[in-house]
Write a protein that binds this ligand. Structure first.
Ligand code: FES
Length: 135
């Protein structure tokens, strides 16, 4: 299962093995103990965090405990692994077993989740479609 640590006012740290699909849908297997994905929308080396979140007032107010349902599910890998797709102009769409935990130890688990990476969602770390309203 892919594990993601949600850092308050900072990035998402991915732990484990997953298939990453970039915006051109080219895939590669990634295996990391701690890989930081940007979710503030200001990184200079997308999709990864470059600490740009420290250059402004990035306030996440994470809501892992909220009701969250994914629309437009993506197929999960048949081998039971987890795929992470960087949607062009949109969120990270994760399909397959995944768990998220924040610094309060609130846990969310599921098989489909879209994670905000523009910084504008009002229900972080989840995507609420706010990327469609910003540049
Ligand atoms: S979260 Fe670190 S650069 Fe965006």
């Amino acid at each position: 299962m892919l594990k993601i640590k949600v850092i308050k006012d900072g990035p998402l740290y991915f732990f484990g093995t997953f298939v990453y699909l970039n915006e051109e849908m080219l895939s590669r297997v990634m295996k990391h103990d701690s890989l930081a994905f940007c979710r503030c929308g200001r990184t200079g080396r997308a999709p990864f965090c470059d600490e740009s979140h420290n250059s402004f007032s990035f306030n996440t107010q994470d809501q892992l405990e909220c009701e969250y349902v994914v629309t437009n599910e993506r197929p999960s890998p048949e081998d039971g692994s987890t795929a992470v797709a960087g949607i062009k102009g949109g969120p990270l769409h994760i399909s397959g077993p995944v768990s998220l935990v924040d610094e309060r130890s609130v846990i969310w688990q599921g098989n489909q989740v879209k994670l905000c990476r523009c910084g504008a969602s009002q229900m972080k770390p989840f995507c609420d479609g706010a990327h469609k309203k910003i540049d």
